[in-house]
Design a protein around this ligand. Structure first.
Ligand code: C2E
Ligand code: MG
Ligand code: MG
Length: 689
């Protein structure tokens, strides 16, 4: 856009420069300076001798009637027009004019009588200031038009009258008239040799000239170009700088903008006041984007920023700046809120967009999670503050969204723990310090092991006591999960290949957990395919488990990844089903073949509350109507087992049957010629009844 403006300004300036130069050359903008002011005062009578009678007649111009009564030597009669206020030695610079237009009629008793036009010049190069005659040398002879028509006398054609030059031996033969310092213009009879009437009738004398010399005009144009270029460069730099710190969608500051603002305030000593950073992240924004499209998503972000901005504007006594960091993440810095005001402020902030926001024809809610951090002795920069507020926001999300969390010691310790654990996971990946456990999944009716869930374990004492329920989410957070998933898949495939003989007599399906991250990993399916062909894996011998929450956030890419996996002939299971609030009707849209009911439902079966059992019944019945298999996970009691069996759950998994086992142990148990190794003990069944 500014490039456009620049080009326009430069083209405009170029045209103007050309026009100015041409106008100057063609004289379109010449100035006019009238020399004749029609008043007797402004015109002086000049006479040489007493032999001339003269008088002025002031009509249309200035008329001078002179009568030579007796000829005695050099006689003259004429007028003088002062060009300045009369201060001697200080003349007018006529060189800035380039012509003189005169309308003079002159009648004399001789033919071809000439007038002398003198430019009295006080330039001492030309005149002896003490000699009034030499001052006149700077003159021309002029044969005026009898018809009073204006005649143009170009100044550059004016040559000093040689008569004077010879007379005074000044040595300026054929010289230009000097016009720089002219204080008097004299119009005189050239000579009065014959007795009679000499009438000079001056109608007009105008000077025409350039407003400015061409050299100066060029200098001026150059100067204007210089100023314009400096202006444009500065303007462009300012615009670019403003763009670089502004979020184009909302018009708020971007990360760079708020960072500069905050650091400047800290530098200015504002840190001595209460200085808080708020990190806002919209909840389930992706859903809005996926459901209504990106345009509506963008509108939501704009409306949201307006709501917050309006709320902030309404609060007195604070200084603040509000910025969009990226996507649905915003940061707000507030100076002037006391510690005891923070909670109310945060609650109000979360409440400002409580009502649905109207977007085109849709209406949606914008909820956000909020993390808060305070400037303190150990964190004194924007980045430090933001990192803390971000961590606090992460906890707000974990605590169920649409709430706020203030960064405190617990959060700080947790961050430290997560960072350390991430380091340990990285080391474990590098040194191959993991192994697999296999947890039997039984057919509900026959209680025979039909499949096993592959579960990762860390071998290193560094991660002792830290299970996958803890380290897998950390691995996801620190971008380490892809290596782990790949390692589990490859190790399982190796196992299947190695145990192919055993598996022929004891067919098992290996259920492998994969992280939701893989659904956005563009090379995951390709890697999976390559490993399958490398280890010659029959796709029916494996299943992939993804958590139901993946689907809640599923977009086009994840659904297409699921389709590709399905097309490889691999069955997909929705893990921890029931926690993600997937609408049952949407299940049809995903290529899954099995639902694994979340352990929390099974746990709750023991309580008196009948809601859970109703929910499980609903899941089982819906699964049946969609022809999906079902697994009950986390079964620990006979009561749970009996309920699921009765309700028609297809498969069962839980400590009641077996804990996750090392392959060697699982193999030993399965190889046992005695049938049905995992039948629950009757005693427990009776106890639980
Ligand atoms: P999940 O996929 O839902 O796995 C089931 C978890 O519940 C396992 O815990 C299993 O040991 C536990 N479990 C099953 N039945 C019972 C029961 O009756 N009582 C009790 N108390 N627990 C039971 P584990 O192995 O600690 O895994 C936890 C989570 O870590 C898994 O949940 C899964 O989300 C993740 N995970 C485990 N292994 C892997 C892996 O290889 N890759 C990935 N991406 N995630 C994994
Ligand atoms: Mg699982
Ligand atoms: Mg599970």
């Amino acid at each position: 856009m500014f490039a456009d403006i620049n080009v326009k300004v430069i083209i405009g300036l170029f045209c103007l420069s050309i026009v100015a130069i041409l106008s100057h050359r063609l004289g379109i903008v010449d100035t006019k300076y009238p020399l004749l002011i029609k008043s007797n005062d402004s015109v002086k009578l000049l006479l040489k001798s007493a032999h001339v009678d003269s008088h002025f007649i002031d009509n249309a111009g200035v008329s001078l009637q002179c009568k030579l009564t007796n000829q005695d030597g050099y006689e003259f009669c004429g007028v003088g027009i002062p060009l300045t206020d009369g201060i001697r030695n200080n003349g007018l610079d006529l060189s800035v004019y380039n012509r003189m237009s005169v309308s003079i009629k002159y009648t004399a008793p001789v033919d071809n009588a000439k007038l002398k036009i003198s430019f009295r010049n006080f330039n001492d190069k030309y005149s002896n200031l003490k000699d009034s005659v030499s001052l006149k040398f700077n003159s021309i002879s002029y044969n005026p038009n009898r018809h009073k028509l204006p005649v143009d006398i170009p100044f550059d054609a004016l040559q000093v009258d040689n008569w004077w030059v010879e007379q005074y031996k000044i040595g300026f033969t054929n010289s230009q008239v000097e016009l720089t310092n002219v204080s008097y213009l004299e119009i005189l009879t050239d000579s009065m040799n014959v007795i009679g009437d000499y009438n000079i009738e001056i109608q007009r004398i105008d000077l025409y000239g350039k407003l400015i010399s061409e050299a100066n005009l060029l200098k001026l144009i150059l100067l204007i170009w210089l100023i314009t270029i400096i202006f444009l460069v500065t303007l462009q730099r300012n615009i670019l700088q403003r763009i670089s710190i502004t979020d184009s969608l909302t018009g708020l500051y971007n990360r760079q903008g708020i960072s500069a603002w905050t650091n400047k305030k800290i530098f200015m000593g504002m840190a001595r006041q209460c200085f808080h950073m708020f990190y806002l992240d919209l909840d389930d924004f992706k859903k809005v984007n996926d459901t209504y499209g990106h345009q509506v998503g963008d509108q939501l972000l704009i409306s949201f920023s307006h709501y917050v901005q309006n709320y902030l504007d309404s609060i007195e006594g604070i200084q603040f700046t509000f910025a969009r960091l990226s996507g649905d993440e915003f940061a707000l810095v507030v100076i002037g809120l006391k510690d005891h005001q923070i909670k109310t402020f945060a609650k109000n902030l979360l409440g400002v967009w409580d009502a649905p926001i109207a977007l085109e024809e849709h209406e949606t809610y914008a909820r956000a999670s909020l993390g808060i951090a305070k400037l303190s002795a150990d964190v004194k920069t924007f980045d430090g503050l933001l990192a803390r507020a971000d961590s606090a926001m992460y906890y707000a999300k974990k605590e169920g969204k649409n709430c706020f969390k203030v960064f405190n010691e617990t959060v700080s310790q947790d961050i430290f723990f997560r960072k350390q654990t991430a380091e340990k996971i990285k080391n474990a990946i590098i040194h191959d310090q993991f192994h697999l456990n296999f947890m039997p999944i039984l057919d509900a009716k026959s209680l025979k092991v039909v499949s096993v869930e592959v579960l990762i374990r860390a071998n290193t004492h560094e991660l002792l006591g830290i299970g996958p329920d803890v380290f897998i989410p950390i691995a996801e957070e620190y971008n380490l999960i892809k290596s782990i998933d790949l390692w589990v898949i490859e190790t399982t495939f190796k196992k299947i290949t190695k145990e192919s003989t055993f598996l022929q007599s004891h067919p098992l399906v290996f259920c492998i957990n994969i992280s939701s991250v893989e659904l956005h990993n563009p090379i995951f399916v390709q890697q999976l395919t390559e490993l399958m062909s490398l280890y010659q894996i029959d796709p029916t011998t494996i299943e992939l488990e993804i958590t139901e929450t993946c689907l809640v956030e599923a977009d086009l890419m994840s659904v297409s990844t699921l389709e590709e996996i399905h097309n490889l002939g691999i069955h997909l299971t929705l893990d921890d089903f029931g926690t993600g609030y997937t609408a049952f009707s949407q299940l049809i849209n995903y290529p899954v073949s099995c639902l694994k009911i979340d352990k929390t439902f099974i746990d709750n079966l023991n309580s008196a509350d009948k809601t859970t059992s109703t929910m499980i019944k609903a899941i089982l019945s819906i699964a049946e109507s969609y022809q999906l298999k079902t697994v009950g996970e986390g079964i620990e009691t006979y009561q749970q087992y009996a309920f699921l069996l009765e309700q028609g759950c297809d498969m069962l998994q839980g400590y009641l049957f077996s804990k996750p086992l090392l392959w060697k142990d699982l193999r030993d148990i399965l190889s046992d010629s005695n049938q049905q190794p995992f039948i629950p003990k009757k005693i427990e069944w009776q106890n639980s009844k």
